[in-house]
Design a protein around this ligand. Structure first.
Ligand code: ADP
Length: 397
């Protein structure tokens, strides 16, 4: 039967995959895994849906260290675990859709050519996203592919929330607008919200996607009104190693006074800053919590503080707030960070329930008291499932 859905999430140094099986309801996860460290020391790992490790191995030492080989290795493993079933569709996570792609699309030669034009907008990610589509088109020509975009969900932002105050002609010519990212995560949260809180789903909800990359979005009736990331995934909140919003004149200062070049500044802004830069300890929230270094604590408090500021900003954009949602690695697991965010939001009607906040679970849950006028939820995100749903829908299944 052709009822398997393969999801590919290819980055600059890793390719992640998930294999789903079609069911009468939502697609069900069978396996997930990845090849990491593609250009350094490639390592393949895979787990089943229960989280049991099925593979954890280095790729052959004499094999090419590139995306093509990593993809073929991964595909081999998948094909030896299909138990006679066949792939119905392959869904890809694509970071940037530019203006051309505002919803998922079935990949063909025209789409691939159009995707190439998005490379200047996401020079680090786009080539890694597009490469596997081209490779799979020749490896598995009979299996349809669908591209799903992280920017698409944010196209409902009102025009003024998508613009920078730059000369219009320049901005339009260069595609300099507030694209927003993490759209597949927000779309998933938006899709499950009606089952969790109808008032939030039909009203005004602020969602905090807090992982290594972190952003927030204001949803009205499930659609995006404003999000914190902009032209790139650097704007907004500070992140593991990224600055978040800084005064752009700092970049001019680095260029003119320190004579730093573009590559050096890029590395500083993307890889050396954020929680890592502030703490001098780590970009990883768990390590910051376990560190005795005072700057590690300061970095956590700084992160929480910026989230609090953005809740105010997004609530203003929504003209009120009916619910607050935490998701992604930190949002789902870090009760202390959630407490640091919610406590200063009491003025807004947020009242966190200390015991509920400490509950560990993979299920959506409410962590605010019954008296809290703004309910607060933890909702585990599932970008892969969102892509699997889109992939099936796009090919008419
Ligand atoms: P991304 O997908 O952006 O790479 P994730 O959503 O996986 O990131 O989130 C990674 C972050 O989540 C890391 O900072 C990690 O420390 C944090 N995290 C994961 N588990 C916990 C936990 N139990 N407590 C605190 N932080 C956690």
């Amino acid at each position: 039967m052709n009822d398997l859905i393969l999801i590919i999430n290819a980055g600059s140094s890793s390719i992640k995959f998930s294999l789903f099986i079609q069911t009468a309801a939502d697609p069900a996860l069978l396996y997930k895994g990845q090849v990491e460290g593609i250009y350094v020391d490639p390592q393949f790992s895979a787990k089943n849906a229960a989280g049991d490790k099925l593979a954890d191995e280095k790729l052959p030492a004499d094999a090419p260290r590139n995306h093509d080989y990593a993809l073929r290795y991964l595909l081999n493993w998948v094909q030896s675990h299909t138990e006679g079933r066949k792939l119905a569709v392959i869904g890809h996570r694509v970071v940037h859709g530019g203006t051309a792609f505002t919803k998922p699309v079935k990949v063909d030669a025209g789409v691939l050519a159009e995707l190439d034009t998005t490379i200047p907008l996401a020079p680090l990610h786009a080539p890694a996203n597009i490469g596997p589509m081209k490779a799979l088109a020749s490896l598995l020509p009979d299996v349809p592919q669908v591209a799903c975009f992280d920017t698409a969900f944010h196209r409902t932002q009102p025009e003024i929330n998508q613009l920078y105050a730059l000369p219009v002609e320049l901005a339009e010519r260069e595609g300099i607008r507030r694209w927003g990212f993490h759209g597949l995560s927000y779309e998933y949260i938006s899709s499950v919200l009606p089952d969790i809180d109808v008032r939030a789903a039909t009203g005004r909800t602020v969602v905090c996607h807090l992982g290594n990359g972190a952003s927030m979005a204001a949803l009205h009736k499930g659609q995006c009104v404003l999000t914190t990331m902009g032209f790139t995934a650097l704007e907004g909140l500070p992140m593991g190693t990224r600055t978040g919003t800084i005064d752009p004149a700092i970049v001019l200062h680095l260029m003119t006074h320190l004579k730093m070049n573009a590559a050096e500044i890029e590395s500083l802004l993307y890889k050396e800053s954020g929680l890592l830069g502030l703490s001098g300890v780590s970009s990883d929230m768990r390590e910051l919590h376990s560190s005795a270094e005072p700057r590690a604590r300061m970095a956590i408090e700084y992160f929480a503080n910026r989230i609090v500021q953005q809740v105010g900003s997004l609530a203003a954009a929504l003209q009120g707030i009916d619910a607050l949602v935490f998701t992604a690695g930190i949002g789902e697991n870090d009760d202390e960070l959630r407490r640091l965010v919610c406590t200063p939001l009491q003025w807004l009607g947020v009242q966190i329930d200390e015991a509920a906040n400490k509950v560990r679970s993979g299920e959506p849950r409410r962590i605010s008291t019954a008296q809290s006028t703004v309910p607060v939820y933890v909702i585990p995100t599932n970008e892969e499932l969102m892509i699997a749903r889109h992939a099936l829908h796009c090919i008419g299944l």
